[in-house]
Design a protein around this ligand. Structure first.
Ligand code: DLL
Length: 449
């Protein structure tokens, strides 16, 4: 099997390699990127002050706003002519953030994704259905180049046009699929609605990521599609998909590509580093990137690092599933709530479909959560239609409210919705609808028109 030695290297030489690469990266950014030179000077730190990996704590953090302030090409460390590709984030809030890659960056990234696909159960010779969107988003092209590097037959279907996805899945018989978990679930359910059995598909493994998802979602995908589902993590600012990947052997924690990245977990309030095992914000420093190196990039993603080694034999540290983004966290009466925790409750209930949305409103000075959840066709049959007053609906609403309270330790409102009424995703699912900006005054009780 294709498993480069670097994945099983002893920790000490791996850390030495990381330090060497870090020092090189720091020299380059100090010389080539005015933003980093200024930031280091402000912190009175020079690249040569970093003599151990722990010394990284002397360096300032980089934030998404720093990318925006230097839009579009201000953080590139090489001549623009040496950039062979641009990617970016979706830019739902204002301008997208732009990142660039040299030829060598694309080679390294492809290698990293090729390794990731193998870690997830793929092998050269597979047919591989890539349903991540192609374009500025890193998912499509990032996975594509890695798949080609591994030597699989990649089907660049991209996201959307679900009936055509299903035809291609049936005709090409792929072993592997990649896509957001919400979209691949949508594909499976569309197959069922067409009277087809997704379990009889040729798929054996699925590489799912780009959005937070829960273990219950994994169970659902594995059960519906009869495949092994693994979690892939990444972000455009750091590289794209492949920064970390679960192994199919354990399906427990994502191995960080530590030969390319140095990972830390910090307390997002005090910004102090946290010990292994403690939950906080993930921070990444690139060790090999040429075009767009990042130093202590604050991802906004919440997770923790595993202290113990993995049973699969890989030595690279594992990070947990992402619990959610700090931006998506809702604080209700002092309790932090992530949509993925709500997802776990919804997906466990047999009378609901796996589609849900979380609406956040402000009532007076308090935030209030309403969970919108779709009832199943079976419940509709038992209740003789969509009848919120029927005892069946009352029971389900009561159970969900109770289970959410047990899981989150706060009260939420629950609104049951008709089957197929909530939006289906073709890429990253929108889980949180935050209406709090509609209430600019803490006194106001009705939304501003
Ligand atoms: O989503 C890269 C990617 C593509 C990862 C395909 C995996 C698969 P961005 O569009 O820059 O890049 O969005 C990055 O998505 O900061 C997380 O909040 C979220 N995210 C990515 N992977 C996961 C995951 C791509 N496995 C942002 N679990 C990140 C939870 C994820 N959240």
């Amino acid at each position: 099997m294709y498993q480069p030695k670097i994945e099983t290297m002893d920790r000490e030489p791996l850390r030495q390699l990381q330090l060497k690469r870090l020092q090189k990266t720091l020299e380059v950014v100090y010389e080539k990127v005015p933003f980093y030179r200024l930031a280091f000077d402000t912190f009175h730190v020079k690249p040569e002050d970093i003599r151990s990996l722990e010394d990284i704590q002397k360096l300032p953090f980089t934030k998404k706003s720093d990318l925006r302030n230097n839009y579009p090409f201000g953080l590139f460390a090489v001549d623009r002519k040496d950039i062979v590709r641009i990617h970016g984030s979706s830019g739902t809030k204002g301008k997208p953030t732009v990142v660039g890659y040299t030829k060598q960056d694309i080679t390294n990234w492809s290698e990293m994704v090729a390794r990731a696909i193998v870690t997830a159960g793929g092998r050269s010779g597979d047919i591989f259905h890539n349903a991540y969107g192609y374009g500025l988003f890193t998912g499509g092209l990032g996975v594509h180049y890695g798949a080609e590097r591994l030597g699989v037959t990649v089907v660049p279907i991209s996201g959307g046009n679900t009936p055509r996805q299903i035809t291609i899945l049936e005709d090409f018989q792929p072993r592997g699929i990649a896509g957001t978990p919400s979209y691949v679930l949508n594909i499976a359910e569309t197959m069922e609605a067409m009277g087809k059995d997704p379990r009889s598909s040729s798929l054996e493994y699925g590489i799912f990521g780009a959005e937070p998802w829960s273990d219950e979602m994994r169970d659902k995908l594995e059960e519906k599609l009869a495949l092994k589902a693994v979690d892939i993590y990444g972000l455009s600012e750091v590289m794209g998909p492949g920064v970390a990947i679960e192994c199919i052997e354990e399906q427990d924690g994502l191995h960080v590509a530590e030969d390319h990245f140095y990972v830390e977990v910090i307390d997002p309030n005090s910004l102090e580093p946290l010990p292994l095992g403690e939950t906080g914000e993930l921070v990444f420093t690139s060790l090999t990137k040429e075009a767009f190196p990042v130093i202590r990039y604050r991802t906004g993603d919440i997770g923790y690092l595993y202290p113990e080694p993995c049973g699969c034999g890989r030595t690279h540290v594992r990070m947990s599933r992402i619990k959610g983004r700090i931006d998506d966290m809702v604080i209700v009466r002092g309790v932090n709530v992530f949509p993925s925790e709500i997802e776990s409750v919804i997906l466990r209930h047999p009378d609901l479909t796996p589609y849900y949305q979380v609406h956040v409103d402000r009532v007076g000075t308090l935030d209030e959560i309403t969970v919108l959840a779709e009832v199943s066709d079976a419940l509709m049959r038992n209740a003789g239609g969509f009848d919120l007053d029927s005892p069946h609906f009352h029971r389900v609403k009561h159970e969900i409210t109770h289970e959410l309270h047990n899981a989150l330790l706060i009260s939420t409102k629950v609104r049951l919705c008709e089957p197929n009424s909530l939006p289906r995703s073709e890429g990253k699912a929108v889980r949180v609808v935050d209406n709090r900006h509609l209430y600019p005054s803490s006194e106001r009780k009705t939304p501003v028109k």
